[in-house]
Write a protein that binds this ligand. Structure first.
Ligand code: OAD
Length: 245
């Protein structure tokens, strides 16, 4: 058994309030480029930070819309990998396990995970750019971006952009999940984007154990009680096997 997995399984068995936070690394083995590696081919000349911001959308809504349309196309044939599947099964075996994801690809839900807290939204949903409006785009509206059928404002991806606040209901749900957290497992995230990256520090202050599953070191690694430097698609099925035996 890889060092750390048995130890993590033991902590998970004893945990009353385990919380998992996932990032793009969990989807990497499904063939989804991690957030900062996304720039290949047509988009090589753009930085994600120049596309995933309200200012970029105001300045050039068509390019931002097309970038998300391209990312949705990348996702069209993508399936959950063994890491997603093992995590969904873990949530059945450990019903208290809460799952917060920074990923916008919907792969956790596709793998069967319940109650996923989508901290940065979901790329497959679009919303009216007027946040107070609940309108949607008409199905036959081929404009890029389409217009809201209620207020005619531009539609936008239902994701959190740089510089935007996490929606209140999402913060509330994440706060409730982290309340009393005694084991925090960070998987496949570079742990550099706040407020998600602040969750580990928040729970450590309350005495929680922290584990990390990531082939590469992150700012969290040195403070983690358990650090497993391997791919999540390899580790999570082994963690599930350790819990189920
Ligand atoms: P990043 O691309 O910043 O980091 C991906 C992490 O996954 C890296 O630390 C890799 O080492 C790790 N990784 C790669 N392959 C892995 C594997 N097979 N198993 C486990 N880990 C692996 O993606 P995020 O940390 O998710 O925010 O980025 C956080 C946020 O930054 C994103 O949600 C996005 C971006 O700005 C918004 O869009 C608001």
């Amino acid at each position: 058994m890889t060092g750390g997995i048995q130890e993590l399984a033991n902590l998970l068995r004893r945990s009353q309030h385990p919380v998992v936070l996932t990032g793009a690394g969990v989807s990497a083995e499904s063939g989804v480029p991690t957030f900062r590696d996304t720039q290949t081919g047509l988009w090589a000349n753009y930085r994600p930070e120049d596309l995933a911001t309200p200012e970029a959308f105001t300045r050039d809504p068509e390019t931002v819309w097309r970038w998300y349309a391209w990312r949705r196309e990348l996702l069209a044939g993508v399936r959950p990998n063994p890491g997603h599947t093992a995590l969904a099964r873990l949530q059945q075996v450990v019903p208290a396990l809460a799952l917060i994801t920074q990923n916008v690809d919907g792969l956790h839900q596709l793998a069967g995970s319940p109650g996923v807290i989508e901290f940065h939204g979901n790329i497959n949903r679009t919303v009216c750019s007027d946040k107070s409006c609940q309108g949607q785009a008409l199905p036959d509206d081929t404009r890029e971006p389409p217009l809201c059928d209620r207020c005619a404002a531009l539609m936008r991806p239902d994701v959190v952009w740089f510089g935007e606040a996490i929606p209140e209901p999402t913060m509330t749900a994440a706060g409730a999940a982290l309340e009393g957290c005694d084991l925090f497992i960070s998987i496949g995230t570079s742990a550099v984007v706040y407020p998600a990256a602040g969750m580990a520090q928040q729970v450590v202050a309350n005495g929680a154990n922290v584990a990390e599953i990531n082939p590469n070191a992150t700012p969290l690694t040195s403070n983690a009680d358990i650090s497993i430097a391997e791919a999540s698609g390899e580790v999570l099925p082994k963690l599930l096997a350790a819990i189920e035996t």
